[in-house]
Design a protein around this ligand. Sequence first.
Ligand code: ZN
Length: 144
Amino acid sequence: MYQFSRAIYRELAPRITDPSGAGTATTNHSAVLRACEDVITRLATDRHYFARPARTLFCDVRSYFPMSEQAHVHHVVTRYVGYAQQFLTEHPHEGYTAVSGAPPQCRATTRKGAACQRVPLPHNGYCPSHQHLADTEDRELAAA
Ligand SMILES: [Zn+2]
């Protein structure tokens, strides 16, 4: 998964501003890289609750670039986050495992209070026996 965050960082790194005053060039660079990795991690592990990842990442990093580069930064972020989302749609389990080191599990809690250990369906993160919870969740989101 981190091939996506590294690709974003590589494209953006030459345009990162040199800080005036506090901070060093190194801290700006590591802040941008970390922001990219955070968004990719969250996308891979919690994409059902991550509504606008490209916008989130752009807002996180835009202050590290000059005004003249904002459109380019937005373009790069949108493009690569799009690639990451497409990858996760096709390979949700691989993406999750790559960033968390463990395969995905159903989001539900069993009646005994333990996390459900079954393998979830990619489209909503619940296993086949807990699909009714996904339906309830949709209704709650719609009502909110
Ligand atoms: Zn389950």
